[in-house]
Design a binder for this molecule. Structure first.
Ligand SMILES: Cc1ncc(COP(=O)(O)O)c(C=O)c1O
Length: 371
């Protein structure tokens, strides 16, 4: 289907990257990297030029999230998946409870469940439904996912946990544009290839004083775990504006560019823009009889990743291929394992409302031309 559909020239978006990660990296940021010439790429990450980029990232995020005093921004290589294990090995004393809403939150649960000395419990809902984390007696870490990228479900709040419990949030695809009370969160981590428009293979982990204390308590735990996953080394290096092992400098640079861009607006404005884009996409889905919002409970509908079901008569995969071939829209396919006739569209900060309006119009036009 859709073989003969041609995107009208006036509807061509100025950027076709609507994917939910890796996400749209502004060309301007790539040009800024090029302009650093011989000063940054190919220089030591233990020397001032690169260390200053790390310092700016740490200070920029502290400002953006308005972090309470004593919170630290820990940086390292490996990304969010790496942290699933690193958190399980080095920040959980005995037991973690996981509120799961899709593939990624489930993966995090599974990684803790494999650690022989841990007791991990899953509290899950059907894919497409939402759930907020709750205080759960008997567990020393409560784990949740700010934005479940596979389903487009976000959480809307976190509980107050007691002194002996850590609240850990995988914020990978929501960090920066889904607001959360950071004073309640102890471990807040993300990979930078989503809202923060950099590349993968890297992690940012914001830790509360309570989380730092827990890490310290478990530094010398007797069970073996790989040195590359040591919180001691990650924290000590981050305090010196470094990473334990060699990072990708271009990743650091682009992350810093995006933080500067977002700090120029401030979190409130970034969130407002995200809400406006989400409203446009969900209103559009609700206004067409061949579309529907995959997430039925509107309070859990993500303002970072929109999942839109399409009537089975119109194969989303076919349309996605046609749009890709014309460079009108890249990577809007549903999460592969979800098996839904669906588009998954990025509402990340760099995707403009103007381009989203064009994309939604293109999709409507294509489907209505087949009616
Ligand atoms: C919510 C969430 N958690 C974790 C990950 C894994 O991130 P990474 O591939 O950087 O390890 C992703 C990736 O898309 C994600 O969306």
């Amino acid at each position: 289907m859709f073989e003969n559909f041609k995107v009208p020239a006036n509807l061509m978006p100025s950027d076709p990257r609507f994917g939910v990660g890796p996400s749209l990296v502004p060309v301007e940021h790539i040009e800024n990297l090029l302009a650093t010439g011989q000063k940054l790429l190919g220089t030591s990450h233990r020397k001032p030029a690169v260390k200053n980029v790390c310092k700016e990232i740490q200070e920029g995020l502290t400002k953006y999230f308005n972090l309470p005093s004593g919170y630290e921004v820990v940086l390292g290589n490996g990304g969010a998946t790496f942290l699933f294990d690193m958190i399980g090995l080095g920040l959980v004393e005995k037991s973690s409870v996981h509120f799961t809403t899709g593939e990624f939150s489930n993966k995090w649960y599974k990684s803790h469940n494999k650690i022989p000395w841990l007791n991990a419990k899953e509290v899950g809902v059907e894919f497409g439904q939402g759930i907020n984390p709750e205080v759960t007696p008997g567990y020393d870490m409560v784990c949740c996912t700010l934005n479940e990228t596979s389903t487009g479900v976000m959480i809307t709040g976190v509980p107050d946990v007691d002194e002996d419990t850590l609240l850990a949030v995988d914020a990978t695809s929501g960090a920066g544009q889904i607001p959360l009370d950071m004073s309640r969160v102890d471990v807040y981590f993300f990979s930078p290839q989503k809202v923060f428009a950099s590349e993968g293979g890297f992690f940012v982990c914001i830790m509360s004083p309570k989380a730092l204390k827990r890490a310290e308590k478990l530094y010398d735990r007797e069970e073996y775990f790989p040195e590359i996953m040591s919180w001691k080394l990650a924290i000590e290096n981050s305090r010196k504006n470094q990473t334990y092992n060699t990072p990708s400098i271009s990743t650091l640079f682009m992350l810093n560019e995006q933080i500067k861009r977002m700090n120029a607006l401030g979190e409130c404005e970034v969130v407002e823009q995200a809400r406006a884009k989400a409203k446009h996409v969900y209103d559009w889905a609700n206004s067409k009889d061949y579309l529907s919002c995959y997430v039925e409970q509107d309070q859990f509908r993500s303002i970072a990743v929109a999942t839109i079901n399409i009537d089975d008569k119109y194969p989303a995969e076919d349309l996605s291929k046609v749009l890709r071939a014309q460079n009108a829209a890249l990577d809007i396919d549903a999460y592969r394992k979800l098996g839904k006739n669906q588009f998954r569209i990025s509402l990340f900060h760099n995707v403009t409302l103007e381009n989203l309006k064009k994309l939604t119009e293109i999709i409507s036009l294509a489907i209505e031309s087949e009616k």
